[in-house]
Write a protein that binds this ligand. Structure first.
Ligand code: PFF
Length: 440
């Protein structure tokens, strides 16, 4: 279908800040606060961080610009947008695979994202009700194992998170998200700064944390670290799965894509680095292991919250905000599918959201069971969660990103992209050289 759905066309962000807020809301999420510290820990610190930062600068920013430009050019859902472009450009319809892969990635990522966000909600509740009061790190770690072992508890919180996502997505982006984000994002930043103050002043291990994150020791780097850093760069900026393409479709023409892309990448990186600088000093202070995997945030930070003055209140607020940061990302994960379904099969936005959410919820049970060990299925020596994470972060997102870059750099007309990006000729040529040469 090529005609614009009036319900979609009507929808542009209310002002020039909103796209940035929404894109930052999509980018900043569990990837920054939960995933970045634990994979930095797993891959040994500084050298991994360096490669990650290079990936953000040379691939992340150009691709962020490309995705947004394609979205704004077509003003359609990603799949229909690419379909329209292939028609206009007279190129193979196979390029639509970009849209299909994007929807699949969003779907799969949300299935585990919701489970982890559910842990945050569960922690917020437990901190509020005093479960962690005065616990030492070993007991906090025991509590975490208890949550992992309990499929029903995880399912309850996974369900709660999916219901909230469903509710906001179904209402459309204006009513829930725009307003919420204006409060949530600054609050998250502020709380993270308070935690940074704590880890600087109270742990006595700040320098060691700094050293772990920034002293570059290539001998600790394994070959697997490079695709992992690239995958993390894409994951954290929400790239390679058309989320920002879907949001770009609602971006007013007067916004500068380049300026927005830079700001989003910088904000996102700051949030990840601060999260690392909060987590590692606490990890060292309590003698925990930096490479301990997905539980890192939930054990180390909670041990600090359980013991600092007013820590349970801070902890409660912190995990609520982590849940909210996850929510603003989750919404962008379903947007490509939901937007496509409303255009394509002409069902209401609510109906589309319900169908997608139920399916995501079901697949998410696979992740719950891989943590609880109830039905342990293993493929290629990975459990279900590890497999979905690997498939999305290490394969689908980089591959999707590469195809999008090739499409924007080689297939689309130079003038089309130039109009959207509105850069000086020198910068435009730099952008084009990067997307044309670097990604392939
Ligand atoms: N960028 C999000 C994070 O760092 O948590 C995760 C994410 C959201 C990935 C949306 C992809 C996406 F389309």
């Amino acid at each position: 279908m090529s005609g614009k759905n009036p319900a979609i066309a009507k929808k542009t962000w209310s002002n020039r800040w909103t796209f940035m807020l929404a894109a930052a809301g999509s980018a900043i999420g569990l990837g920054n606060i939960w995933k970045f510290p634990y994979i930095t820990g797993e891959y040994g610190g500084g050298a991994f961080v360096l490669i990650y930062l290079i990936c953000i600068a040379v691939m992340g920013i150009p691709l962020l610009m490309a995705e947004t430009a394609i979205g704004r050019n077509t003003r359609l859902s990603p799949l229909n947008g690419i379909k329209k472009l292939t028609g206009e450009l007279g190129v193979s319809r196979l390029w639509q695979v970009i849209g299909w892969m994007g929807m699949l990635s969003g779907f799969l990522i949300l299935s585990f994202y919701s489970v982890i966000a559910g842990w945050s909600l569960s922690y917020a509740w437990d901190l509020l009700t005093g479960v962690f009061h005065g616990m030492n790190p070993a007991r906090v770690s025991g509590e975490f194992s208890g949550l992992m072992a309990s499929a029903p508890r995880q399912i309850m919180w996974h369900t709660a998170f999916m219901l909230i996502t469903l509710f906001i997505t179904a209402r459309g982006i204006h009513k829930g998200l725009e307003k919420g984000l204006q409060v949530m994002m600054p609050a998250l930043f502020l709380l993270l700064l308070i935690m940074l103050g704590y880890s600087m002043l109270e742990t006595g291990q700040f320098m060691r944390g700094l050293d772990f994150m920034f002293s570059i020791d290539f001998s600790r780097l394994t070959a697997a670290a490079i695709p992992a850093a690239l995958g993390q760069a894409f994951f954290t900026l929400s790239l390679g799965m058309c989320a920002l393409m879907a949001y770009g479709a609602y971006m007013p023409s007067s916004n500068s894509i380049a300026r927005t892309a830079f700001s989003v990448a910088i904000l996102d990186t700051i949030m990840a680095v601060i999260s690392g600088l909060v987590v590692f000093p606490i990890v060292f202070a309590y003698g925990l292991e930096p490479g301990s995997g997905p539980g890192l945030l939930f054990v180390s930070l909670t041990a600090a919250f359980a013991n600092m003055p007013m820590g349970e209140w801070f902890g409660f607020l912190f995990f609520v905000l982590v849940g909210l940061a996850a929510l603003s990302s989750a919404i962008s994960l379903v947007e490509p599918v939901v937007a496509w379904m409303t255009e394509r099969v002409n069902i209401s936005r609510t109906m589309a959201t319900v169908l997608v959410s139920v399916a995501v919820w079901l697949v998410g049970l696979g992740t719950v069971f891989s943590f609880s060990g109830d039905f342990e299925v293993r493929f290629f020596d990975k459990n279900f969660f590890e497999l979905v994470d690997f498939l999305t972060s290490s394969i689908l997102l980089p591959l999707g990103g590469m195809l999008i870059a090739i499409f924007a750099g080689w297939i689309m007309k130079r003038s089309m992209i130039m109009n959207e990006l509105a850069l000086s000729i020198g910068l435009f040529n730099l952008w084009r050289a990067m997307t044309r040469q670097l990604f392939p």
